[in-house]
Design a protein around this ligand. Structure first.
Ligand code: CA2
Length: 146
């Protein structure tokens, strides 16, 4: 059975491609999930994507990821990146490697976006490459696992 990677998308990312294309690009979340899944297949792993607008749902998925058979997590926490101690605590409570991914370069945006609560408990962060941030995160996670 191939290695399975959980991909978590946080609040408002379901709106991708419909609003603010100048900031977040033209691709929909379904487009991003599909291209990531194709890359994963090329690299010999599988991705399983989940989006939620609810902090607790994301935390529940993080808690159950290992028992559900995932080897690692890629997460774009959306706006929760900059607010959520609870999400950070959930990530630090598990043994699985986690990579943080952002479409935009959060360090080149408003001051309030430049701090990430989760950055200190993840393997690494990819920020600013649009949909490719997820691809780079996947490559980084696979490299970390192997
Ligand atoms: O750049 C990223 O990936 C972000 O995580 C996206 C979040 C933002 O709060 C972070 O600072 C950076 C926002 C996701 C909301 O996405 C939208 C998509 C279309 C229209 C409106 C929001």
């Amino acid at each position: 059975m191939s290695i399975r990677i959980l991909v978590l998308h946080g609040p408002n990312l379901n709106l991708l491609g419909q609003r603010e294309p100048e900031v977040y690009g033209q691709q929909t979340l379904a487009d991003i999930n599909e291209s990531l899944s194709l890359l994963a297949a090329e690299l010999g792993v599988a991705t399983d994507a989940f989006q939620s607008n609810h902090e607790g749902d994301l935390i529940d998925r993080i808690h159950s990821a290992e028992s559900a058979g995932f080897a690692g997590i890629i997460i774009n926490p959306g706006g929760l990146t900059h607010t959520s101690v609870a999400l950070r605590d959930a990530i630090s409570s598990i043994e699985l490697p986690v990579i943080e991914s952002h479409l935009s370069n959060i360090h080149a945006r408003e001051a309030f976006r430049q701090h990430s609560y989760v950055a200190g408990v993840v393997i690494g962060q990819v920020s600013g490459f649009g949909a490719m941030s997820y691809h780079l995160a996947l490559r980084g996670l696979i490299s970390h696992l192997s």
